[in-house]
Design a protein around this ligand. Structure first.
Ligand SMILES: C[S@@+](CC[C@H](N)C(=O)[O-])C[C@H]1O[C@@H](n2cnc3c(N)ncnc32)[C@H](O)[C@@H]1O
Length: 229
């Protein structure tokens, strides 16, 4: 992986902020040593060969915007019969997850560096068991709503990559985004809500530092869990 993030075309509307972050010594070492074993670039993910990537065929979960990777590591550790592909653009987060994966010896996790929207376009239709979108950037200003990950065109793309019966699980602490997500997901003809409105907080989604901070600030968290028809 290069020291500098891959350039993204300037005019495309991206769902992420370009941001730099300081890397700890441990993250720097993890990136140098573990990237060849667990990492891939989005641009190298097509054609997608999960058997080559994971060394087996198993139901596949894609986590979009894995952040520091705590949720990915925790869920993958508790779910060894499925494979987890995390996708993130933030280098310190990628490095942190590499470190977690190695320390916890998680053979069922791989980490893609790059734009998740591009990754999803390159995956075969009907191929995923689940897509997780936990605490996507809320882009609160109206003029930035076009950057949101959960919007009709992206949802149609994510849904098309799910196998029939596969799950799209989103969570957010941003009340207005939660309402918008729910309207968008309800409006997609290929998705069906597994609950009556918001889902009860699922025990299998770990509480991260991000969520604790939201709860301390008085922002309740909404989970939305839909399956593909
Ligand atoms: C608010 S953070 C939440 C991180 C993590 N899911 C959590 O719960 O702590 C959103 C993350 O999504 C990543 N992200 C946003 N759009 C993305 C995209 N198109 N491809 C890959 N990562 C993306 C950002 O870099 C950021 O790390």
């Amino acid at each position: 992986m290069p020291a500098v993030a891959a350039p993204y075309p300037a005019r495309a509307i991206r769902t992420f902020h370009p941001r730099r972050g300081r890397m700890s010594d441990r993250q720097t070492t993890a990136l140098q040593q573990l990237w060849p074993r667990y990492g891939l670039r989005v641009s190298d993910a097509t054609p997608f060969d999960p058997a080559a990537l994971f060394g087996r065929r198993a139901p596949l979960v894609v986590e979009i915007g894995s952040g520091m990777g705590d949720t990915t590591a925790e869920m993958a550790a508790a779910d060894p019969d499925r494979d987890y592909l995390a996708v993130e653009v933030h280098t310190p987060g990628i490095a942190n997850l590499l470190d977690l994966v190695d320390r916890r010896e998680l053979g069922n996790v791989r980490i893609a560096e790059g734009d998740a929207v591009e990754l999803m376009k390159g995956l075969p239709p009907d191929s995923l068991d689940a897509v997780h979108v936990f605490f996507p950037d809320p882009w609160p200003k109206s003029r930035h709503h076009k950057r949101r990950l959960i919007q009709p065109t992206h949802v149609a793309l994510l849904r098309s990559r799910l196998a029939v019966g596969g799950t799209l699980h989103c969570a957010t602490d941003w009340a207005e985004y939660a309402e918008a997500m729910r309207a968008t997901l309800d409006a997609d003809p290929g998705l069906v809500n597994q609950h009556d409105g918001y889902a009860p907080r699922p025990a299998h989604r770990p509480v991260t530092r991000f969520e604790r901070r939201a709860l301390r600030a008085g922002r309740p968290v909404a989970d939305l869990i839909y399956s593909r028809r």
